[in-house]
Design a protein around this ligand. Structure first.
Ligand code: ADP
Ligand code: MG
Length: 642
């Protein structure tokens, strides 16, 4: 084995460069971060051949004094921290003093800069770590850095580079993250002399979101904001209609720095649980501001991951911020969407008009079918609806929430522009929603009287309920809605204490597979909390001696089997809350009226009436919408009345 020896500095630098500079996008990130740290208001990025040939970043920031040029490109030289204490109070994006040195080590780097108090600027070239002579030059205040022939002296690194398009994609993504964190700064990106984007500074975060993700997405983004002591969360989250198949459009910006944090991503997913389909991800641009002492950013070479002092508390804050917001927001899916209306020629689309007309004819046909004699109604559905109504009359934990339409009012006054999150936030919805009903309170009759008449509604194809809403025609999926109502009721009962157990006169034996039986016995306590009383009966048989009173329309073995499925799916140590939620979904789905169940007019009305008693009526627990709105405006347009 060779003897131990010190590595030459240039090799050390190349190893260090590998950690920070992985691909052209890393260069762009480091250079633009430096520009932001230097207080730039405008940053122009030009790229040639995916960054292989050239990366040029020009800013109008404070500039570098000529006598500090060589330090700027030396490793571990920084103007941003001075002592180890500073390390735990990092306010700037950079602080390691490594980026310029690393880049210069593996490319031909030209630095040109001028400070405001200097008469002229200077230029310095570094090729593969060899620092050249500084020469004076005329240039505006600010800094211009050109990086050419990246990785020319590290062929291995070069080999790992992907196609021009892929590398440029990474560059564009890196710049997107930086631009979402700094909406006050003007950004421009050019590739091979073609302008890719130009983002005016100060137009607000929503403008930027619109330019990156599309106007239709931005228009439906939901503003969120909250404070927990010194921790401030704000930003925009996507409408459940706009989801993606991965979480790449979830941006978390901590004190102006883009980070990835699993726990926060999880909180985001939890907040949308039940509002979007499983396997889909919401869009989000969230700003978190907190005192720098509360977070350690020095745990990852590119600072992508950070460590929070109180990560659990931040998790809860984010989750409750979003949940609270959704409860006061109208998340109904609108048909057709605005984007269709905006499309060129859409208003004259004969096909769509014809289709819509056919749908209206279908509704009309459905009407005759649904108003047939009431004796056609199914016993089971009336039983369930009767159950729902009796639950409403009871006191205690079984009670439903009071009739509250504030979320609808809030929804109507929705869609407002917000500035970027450090500006004064837009007036929040809660205030809006509450003030509207309050101003007419004097005109209302007795407080407990049903304030609004039940809308006339009809059932079509034994599965959809059609009714008139404030702003158009509402098409409700009867199963999805009923499922949501049951789910909310179950949830509420569980939140308000234990589920009421109905003891069975004769306990029912249920035969299971060995693993199912074992899992049931193991989780007997958890099942008891859900209102299911089980005990071992020998072999793979368990005895169900009690089950939730509210599930009187399901057989005990059906209930148990639904639970067992979930227990097994969730593996060794099921997390109580997630399991509970899954169980509630399953139970609600099984117990709800089905598509195909004929409902009497009274049942239709009863079901629709329940819609207003729950907070989350707009989506079923599986994330499908419970209702679609055909706005009157859109109908008028389609029929060319306007
Ligand atoms: P760090 O950003 O971690 O300090 P860098 O190697 O990225 O390390 O930069 C070294 C130093 O060069 C910075 O601390 C800063 O003083 C100076 N610098 C680099 N880029 C710029 C710029 N665009 N404008 C002004 N100063 C800059
Ligand atoms: Mg830096």
């Amino acid at each position: 084995m060779p003897s131990i020896h010190r590595l030459p500095q240039s090799l050390i630098n190349k190893i260090a460069a590998g950690e920070v500079i992985e691909r052209p996008a890393s260069v762009v990130k480091e250079l633009v971060e430096n520009s932001l740290d230097a207080g730039a208001r405008r940053i122009d990025v030009s790229i040639r051949a995916g960054g292989n040939e050239l990366i040029r970043v020009v800013d109008d920031g404070g500039g570098i004094p000529a006598d500090e040029f060589t330090l700027a490109v030396a490793s571990h030289a920084t103007s941003k921290i001075g002592s180890s204490d500073d390390l735990f109070r990092v306010r700037t994006l950079g602080f390691r003093g490594e980026a310029l040195a690393s880049i210069a080590e593996v490319s031909r780097l030209t630095l040109r800069s001028r400070t405001a108090d200097a008469d002229s600027g200077a230029e310095l070239e570094v090729v593969g770590g060899d620092v050249g002579q500084m020469v004076p030059c005329g240039c505006p205040v600010g800094t211009r850095i050109e990086v050419q022939n990246l990785f020319f002296n590290t062929p291995v690194r070069r080999k790992f580079l992907r196609t021009t398009a892929t590398e440029f994609g990474h560059i564009s993504e890196a710049l997107t993250r930086l631009a979402l964190a700094a909406p006050e700064v003007h950004f421009a990106l050019r590739h091979n002399d073609r302008q890719v984007f130009e983002l005016p500074g100060g137009a607000g975060l929503l403008d930027r979101i619109g330019r990156f993700f599309g106007r239709d997405v931005a228009d439906k983004m939901i503003w969120v904001q909250s404070e927990d002591g010194p921790v401030h969360v704000s930003g925009y989250v996507g409408h459940p209609d706009h989801t993606r198949s991965n979480n790449r459009l979830q941006y978390v910006l901590l004190n102006g720095r883009h980070i990835r944090d699993r726990s926060l991503q999880h909180a985001l997913g939890e907040a949308y649980r039940g509002l979007i389909m499983t396997g889909r991800y919401p869009i989000a641009v969230l700003w978190i501001e907190m005192p720098v002492e509360m977070v350690d950013v020095n745990v990852h070479p590119t600072k992508l991951e950070v460590r929070f002092q109180e990560s659990g508390r931040l998790y809860s804050q984010l989750l409750s911020t979003l949940r609270t917001r959704f409860l006061s927001t109208d998340l109904t899916t609108r048909v057709p969407s605005e984007s269709t209306e905006d499309a060129p020629g859409a208003a004259h689309d004969e096909g769509r008009t014809a289709q819509l007309r056919q749908e209206l004819v279908d509704w009309a046909k459905g009407e005759t079918a649904s108003w047939s004699p009431a004796d056609a109604q199914s016993d089971r559905t009336s039983e369930i609806l009767a159950g729902l109504q009796s639950a409403r009359r009871q006191d205690g934990p079984l009670d439903l929430r009071p009739l509250d339409r504030s979320w609808e009012a809030a929804g109507r006054s929705r869609r407002r522009e917000g500035g970027f999150p450090t500006e004064a936030p837009p007036p929040d919805h809660e205030g809006q929603g509450r003030s509207a009903p309050g101003s007419v309170a004097a005109d209302q009759p007795a407080p407990d009287a049903r304030v609004e008449p039940i809308p006339r509604a009809m059932q079509i194809h034994n599965r959809y309920l059609i009714t008139e809403s404030e702003d158009g025609v509402l098409v409700v999926d009867q199963h999805a809605l009923h499922e949501r109502i049951l789910y909310e009721q179950l949830r509420e009962r569980i939140d308000g204490g234990q589920i009421e157990t109905q003891r069975l006169l004769v306990p029912e034996p249920v035969d299971l597979s060995p693993s199912e039986a074992a899992s049931v016995v193991e989780n007997a306590e958890l099942l008891r909390e859900l209102g299911v009383a089980v005990e071992p009966f020998g072999g793979d048989t368990v005895l169900v001696s009690g089950y939730p009173a509210m599930l009187a329309n399901m057989r005990p073995d059906e209930v148990l089997r639904a639970l067992v499925e979930q227990l097994l799916a969730s593996g060794q140590s099921p997390e109580r809350s997630a399991l509970l939620d899954e169980l509630l979904h399953t139970i609600a789905c099984k117990a709800a009226i089905k598509a195909g169940d004929r409902l009497s007019p009274a049942e239709v009305d009863a079901l629709l009436e329940q819609r207003h008693l729950i907070d989350n009526a707009h989506h079923c627990p599986h994330g499908r919408p419970t209702a679609l709105v055909f706005t009157r405006e859109a109908l008028d347009k389609q029929f060319r009345r306007v």
